[in-house]
Structures are given as C-alpha cells and as structure tokens.
Write a protein that binds this ligand. Structure first.
Ligand code: COA
Length: 403
C-alpha cells in the first residue's frame, strides 16, 4: 500500500484522467464526446493525492480472438502516474488491484516500454512487424486491375461495410480485438490535428466480380521530393482482406502508387502474407517488436476458453505471485472442441509461471523456448513437446491496433 489512496473512478474523472495519462505519455490531451462515451468509469482506478489524481489505469470491455475462439478480454489502457509521484509504487498498486478485480479470464495491453509489465505476470504473447518498404526495390512498378475492382469508400459507408470483414479476420487470426459501433466510429474519425502532416485518410475497398466488398485498406500519404526526384510516403494503417485476390490487389495498388518512394506499415503480422508477394522481401525492411502482452487472471477458465492444435491431457503446475488464488496444479484435457481444465492433486508434468502461460496463450510463442532458461520445467519426458504442439497455432497472433 502506498500513502496515496486508490479508488474506483467516476464519470466526472474522465477529463482529469485523460489529462494525467496524456501528460505522462507526453502528448497533448484532447477530450471529446466519443472518448467520454467510451470511458468506463467503473472499470477505471484512480490513485489520489488529496483532491488531485496522480495515477490511473483503465480497462475497456472488448473481446479478443484467441486460438479457435473469440473471448472476453479486459483491454487495459491509460496506465499513467504523474511524474512528480513516480517510483513510489503507485503503478504497482493500481495494476495489482486491477488484475485481482477483472472479471475476464485474461487481460491484454500494449506496453509503452518492454520492461514494465512482466513483473505483474503479463507475457509478450504477440509480436508485430513494422515495414519501411523501399518501393524502388520491392517489385513490380505498375499493375492493372478490373474497372471498379478497387474504389474509395466514404467513412459513412465504411461504418456499414467494414465491421463484417474485420470480424472475419478475428475468426481467423488470434490477437485481434473486437470493435463495437462506437469503436468503429473512433477508428474512422480523422481529425486534421491528428494527421501529422499527412493527407486525410482514404478508405480503399476491393470488390469481387459480383461487386461484393471483400477487403479494405486505410491509408494516407505525404508528398516529398528528394535530390533525385519524387520521394513521397505512403502510410498504411490497416489492411484486411477476406479473399486472397483482395489481399493481393489492395497491396499491389498501394505498393505501386505514383511518386511514392517509401511505404510504412506498422501492424504487419510476423507471418504477414505480403512477404510472399514481393520479389525482394529484404526491401520490406522489417523490424519486429512486442505488440500484445497477455495476462491470465483465471487459469482454469482461460485454458478452457481456447482450442488446442493437437489433443492433450497434461497437468501443469502454475505459480502466480500477484494473484495467489490463481496458482496451483491444473489438468488440461483437450481434444478438438472438447476442452476441460480443472484443479487437480495429481503430480505435475510441467511447471511454469503465469507469465509463460500468458506468452504462449495466443499460439505465437513456443512453450519449449522457455525451457532453455528454466522458465518452463518438464517433469515427465515428452510432455514439453506435446504441450508446445498443443499450444501452437497455424496462424500467428497479431494485434492490428494500439488501444
Ligand atoms: C510507467 C509508469 C506508469 C510507472 O509508474 P510508477 O508509479 O513510477 O511505478 P512503480 O513505482 O509502481 O514501479 C513498480 C516497479 O516497476 C518498475 N518500473 C516503473 N516504470 C518502469 C519502466 N518504465 N520500465 C521498467 N520498469 C519500470 C519500478 O522500478 C518498480 O520496480 P521495483 O518493484 O523492482 O522497484 C510511470 O512512470 C508513467 O506514467 N510513465 C509514463 C507513461 C507510461 O509509459 N505508461 C505506461 C503505458 S503502457
């Protein structure tokens, strides 16, 4: 406990909490009606110093795709402590209390710095790739599409057309956060002040031969001239395609825009299919970083919620220093859609902490990789290989938005 009392937030805290977080992250605070409607005060905590707020954390009610399912996941955001009150344990108290109170079996977040959340049992569960594509080296310089194959959609039409494509992605790829109508509205808002000198966002869609939209891309551009001529930039914010033809056509369109020298895309998956479409993958200039951190807050419920790549029947001994009630031995028995996970007194086949469980949960990290550093211990020979195969998934997890 710190000397700064922590209390649940109330609706009236919205502006002060926003300003506190913005100040901690060094950006200009902006409040708007949409943000106010998205604020869930009952899911936010505030640390106080007298009448003033000095620390915050929030959670958003959203779902998340996990291997074989879409499940509720607390989306943690807005973690900030006033610089005058840093390193006195405020964040530790806020995060610990939040983790003990969340009703969902898992919590997820994007971390501003890698060193912050591991101590609370969060594991880096998904990695993202940033591309800085050298368009002069990457491949073909022009493409032909059918008339009407690629077109531009208004934001109002996009609000009606894009959610089902995004849901389709969620059903295929783990790590994708669900969007309510309000979150879609926020996603497609394009305030001139937030454009960083770039053009307004364009919403491109691809239509199949029957005219049905089967893919979209959100992107903007920035004009630039270098010593040898045009050097404009294309910034792709999001690209979702249901069909391979839509994926190929949208990327080809964006990779061959006139005058552009560089294309940036910050949310590629580690197995992004684009790597297969270009003749020179090194021209993508890939940089991999952690994206989604995942915390298992209820082991039995979390393990029962996802599906497993192969049938498995194993006992895991799980340690958890932050939520002691979460620790113990659990038998996971899974075969296709039939999954049971319950507490057991049987001897453990494998031991690990809740951090490794969180890292492996979305199928993007191998349990076996943690054995090399003793973070996963195999007691029964052969079970590490089996558990690694069972927790794996054919499609890598990817989070396509920072929340
Ligand atoms: C990061 C931040 C929330 C930490 O708050 P805080 O109240 O100073 O943190 P605490 O005092 O509770 O620290 C708890 C532990 O985390 C460590 N820690 C704190 N900030 C850290 C950081 N940025 N990187 C690595 N470790 C960090 C502390 O050293 C302490 O470790 P210890 O228990 O071994 O002593 C705060 O500095 C902040 O608001 N930073 C800017 C905004 C930001 O990055 N927010 C996170 C958004 S995801």
């Amino acid at each position: 406990m710190t000397e700064f009392p922590v209390r649940p937030a109330v609706a009236e805290d919205y502006e002060e909490m926003g300003a506190l977080f913005a100040g901690a992250m060094l950006f200009e605070s902006s409040v708007d009606d949409l943000g106010r409607r998205l604020f869930e005060p009952e899911r936010a905590l505030a640390a106080t110093d007298g009448a003033e707020l000095v620390g915050t954390t929030r959670a958003l009610t959203r779902d998340l795709s996990v291997p074989g399912a879409v499940v509720p996941a607390a989306h943690v955001t807005g973690v900030g402590v006033r610089a005058t009150h840093r390193r006195r344990g405020l964040m530790a108290e806020l995060i610990t209390r939040q983790l003990r109170e969340v009703p969902e079996a898992i919590a997820v977040l994007w971390a501003s710095e890698s060193g912050i959340y591991g101590r609370f049992g969060y594991g880096a569960a998904a990695f993202g790739t940033s591309y800085e594509v050298d368009l002069h080296r990457v491949g073909p310089s022009s493409v032909r599409t059918r008339p009407g194959e690629i077109s531009v959609l208004s934001a109002a039409d996009a609000l009606k057309e894009l959610p089902s494509l995004h849901r389709n992605l969620q059903e295929r790829r783990p790590g994708v956060s669900g969007r309510s109508d309000l979150l879609w509205e926020q996603r497609l808002t394009d305030k001139p002040d937030d454009r960083g000198g770039m053009t307004a966002r364009e919403i491109l869609v691809h239509r199949d031969e029957t005219g049905t939209i089967d893919g979209y891309a959100l992107w903007r551009g920035k004009m630039g001239w270098g010593p040898t001529g045009p050097a404009s930039e294309v910034q792709v914010e999001e690209l979702v395609a249901v069909e391979p033809a839509a994926y190929r056509a949208l990327w080809q369109h964006l990779l061959t825009l006139d005058l552009a020298a560089t294309l940036r895309f910050g949310f590629a998956a580690t197995d992004e299919p684009l790597q297969q479409l270009v003749t020179t993958p090194t021209a993508l200039n890939r940089r991999v970083t952690e994206s989604l951190w995942l915390r298992v807050t209820d082991v039995a419920r979390a393990l029962e919620q996802r599906r497993y790549a192969v049938a498995v029947d194993l006992v895991f001994e799980v340690t958890d220093e932050v939520i002691p009630a979460n620790a113990g031995r659990f038998r996971l028995a899974a075969d296709g859609p039939a999954v049971r996970c319950e507490r057991t007194e049987d001897t453990a086949d494998l031991s690990l902490s809740v951090t490794e469980l969180g890292a492996a949960y979305l199928g993007g990290r191998r349990l076996a990789e943690f054995a090399a550093t003793g973070r996963v211990i195999e007691h029964t020979p052969g079970t590490l290989t089996l558990a690694t195969a069972a927790f794996g998934w054919p499609i890598a997890p990817a989070s396509i938005e920072i929340f």
